[in-house]
Design a protein around this ligand. Structure first.
Ligand code: ZN
Length: 617
């Protein structure tokens, strides 16, 4: 082995210092240009500190090693090999999302990575001026690709082919559409739905001038599948967005895609990390704003590289999460909603004659229920009591239960949740005021709903995503457009999230371009006795387990499967909307079996993309 050091060592040091300096400048300028609101002294110091620490490690790895034993040299080669691998992997990650039709290049790319890695190892053992040159070129390419990717981050994504221009002469004027999801919002905690606490003055006001659906059910109990059902009009087993890593297939047609084809300007502003372009929620969206992507953590090459590295060694992204917390801290759900409203205000003010579709996904009622004063103490039974800060353990495994909490603490938690709802409602009120101020409200259909509710141990668990009881799937649904929809209408029939998209399309007289599970609500808004509005179906699907729920009139059937275990439940919602008395033990088994057969028929038809339609159509 050739001893190294001297000239080669100096070139290596120069390359490392130059690269670190260039990347730091690039990261800082990206932040200054793109994410100025994330710039804080602490965050900047943390970022500079991370760069300095990494540079020192790099310099140590490149120190002269004549007198080092062979084993150390090999170890150092290994470290440099890994570093080169990460750099190349970063290049891949940064480049491929830009040119997705080049994805087929990925396998050859990994061969290239292996080759570059081996060359890196060779250079580690005997660095030369060539080594410095190769490192310099790699860094330059990384920096320029990063610049392209980075500078498009958080701004409008590249425009797709523009769909047919605005409506031709003679066609009726189309309303703007603002579709609002307030995450984790159970209907029975809203004053509009009869809750004793006055948690929703703004929504109450909207409902007074519009239509409120008393029995609206979400199609799943966590964000990804449920929101996908809202935006595609299809059940989870149809759109298949129910696993954590899944993305919406391109063939799925999202509401903004259709609207855009019909001349709408489209935007989606999201405070929920599940609702991001990475999962396919940007289909048809011209302007996608994700609070998460706004964060320093997602705006810098450094944090992206760290995340990829962490993923590669798969230690639960612990290192990445710790550094992220150090750099950005935690952006509370309520703070995210403030940012969403600021962005919504900017975007709405830019709109001209073209009708627009705006999707807003607010987060305030989501854990950890930390609304700012005075909302934090608005409903807690005892404001002097120490708030619950460590949440009781919950479980996502069916047939298992979470840990209980003493009743006063449980009530404290519920009080804080209600305070967060009141905050979310103030955010909604602010949005409505913005629309009014911009003189857009009269021409805008505003729809407010939620993706799921929240459990406070009603069924021996916490949070959401663990069952399909009503505290998790009974969601608010309010539609406001006095120019066309009735005022003060309360609809008591059973409706679903999947009905929202068909309703919007029906109002605009646009035929759906894919088989939808839902159907237009105009039918039941116009006539409460319209046939067929009695059924709702929901699914919670995991790899090895599932819950399926079918509501038919006042009857609700649940089938829970995990491994070899099966549980059937039957509830009478007329006297037991909270599902506390399972009627299946005292019901004849043939009758229970008959109900379950119906659930399975629904499941199968949904899985085959041919949903059962309620009623006559
Ligand atoms: Zn959610």
């Amino acid at each position: 082995m050739t001893p190294v050091g001297g000239h080669g060592g100096r070139s290596g040091r120069g390359a490392i210092l130059g690269a670190a300096g260039a990347l730091l400048v690039l990261d800082l300028s990206q932040l200054a240009l793109l994410n100025p609101r994330t710039l804080s002294v602490g965050a900047l110091l943390a970022l500079v500190g991370l760069y300095v620490a990494t540079t020192i490690l790099g310099l140590v790895a490149l120190a002269p090693i004549e007198r080092w034993p062979r084993a150390f040299q090999m170890a150092r080669a290994g470290v440099l090999l890994a570093a080169t691998f990460f750099v190349a992997q970063q290049l891949a990650l940064l480049s491929f999302p830009l040119w997705t039709h080049w994805r087929w290049l990925v396998p050859p790319f990994w061969l290239l990575v292996a080759g570059v890695g081996m060359a890196g190892a060779r250079l580690a053992v005997s660095p030369t001026r060539w080594g410095a040159l190769v490192a310099g070129v790699l860094v330059a390419v990384l920096a320029s690709v990063g610049a392209v990717r980075g500078f498009s981050w958080g701004t409008a994504r590249p425009a797709l082919a523009r769909a047919g221009a605005a409506h031709p002469e003679g066609e009726p004027i189309r309303p703007n559409i603002v579709l609002v999801t307030i995450d984790t919002l159970r209907a029975d905690h809203l004053s509009a739905y009869g809750y004793a606490r006055r948690t929703s003055p703004a929504l109450d006001a909207l409902a007074r001038e519009g239509v409120l659906f008393e029995r609206a059910f979400a199609q799943s109990s966590w964000t990804k599948p449920s929101t996908a059902s809202l935006l595609t009009g299809r059940y989870p087993s149809m759109h298949r967005l129910y696993l954590e890593k899944a993305s919406l297939a391109e063939r799925e047609v999202l509401l903004p895609e259709i609207l855009r084809e019909h001349g709408y300007t489209t935007a989606a502003l999201s405070g929920n990390p599940w609702i991001r372009p990475e999962f396919g929620f940007d289909q048809g969206v011209e302007h996608f704003y994700s609070v998460r992507a706004e964060g320093l953590a997602h705006g810098t090459l450094f944090m992206n590289a760290l995340k990829s590295a962490n993923k590669l060694v798969d230690v639960g992204a612990m290192l990445y999460n710790r550094v992220k917390r150090l750099v950005v801290g935690h952006l509370a759900p309520t703070e995210r909603d403030r940012r969403l409203n600021a962005e919504a205000g900017r975007w709405l003010a830019r709109q001209g004659a073209k009708p627009f579709f705006l999707y807003l996904h607010y987060m305030s009622p989501h854990q950890p229920y930390t609304a700012p004063p005075p909302f934090d103490h608005a409903f807690v039974p005892d404001p002097r009591a120490t708030p619950v800060t460590v949440y009781p353990r919950k479980t996502y495994l069916f047939f298992e239960t979470g840990d209980p909490l003493p009743e006063p603490k449980r009530q404290d938690l519920i009080g804080r949740y209600d305070g967060a709802i009141l905050f979310a409602d103030s955010i909604l009120g602010e949005l409505v005021e913005t629309l009014r101020h911009l003189e857009l409200l009269d021409d805008t259909l505003v729809i407010v709903t939620s993706d799921h509710g929240e459990e406070f141990y009603e069924h021996r668990n916490w949070g959401h995503g663990q069952s399909l009881y009503n505290e998790l799937i009974h969601v608010p649904l309010v539609m406001h457009w006095p120019a066309r929809l009735p005022r003060e209408r309360r609809v008591a029939r059973v409706v679903r999230s999947v009905d929202v998209m068909p309703t919007i399309l029906d109002l605009l007289d646009i035929p759906p371009s894919a088989p939808l599970a839902g159907r237009s609500l105009l039918d039941v808004i116009g006539d409460e006795s319209a046939p067929g509005w009695d059924e709702a179906y929901a699914e919670l699907l995991f790899r090895e387990a599932s819950v399926r729920a079918l509501i038919r009139g006042d009857e609700k059937v649940l089938e829970t499967v995990r491994g070899g275990r099966l549980r059937r439940e039957l509830y009478d919602l007329a006297g037991d909307f909270d599902e506390q008395r399972d009627l299946s033990p005292q019901t004849a088994s043939a009758e229970v079996e008959e109900r379950l057969t119906t659930v399975r028929t629904w499941a199968e038809s949904a899985a085959h993309g041919a949903p059962l339609h309620t009623g006559t159509n």
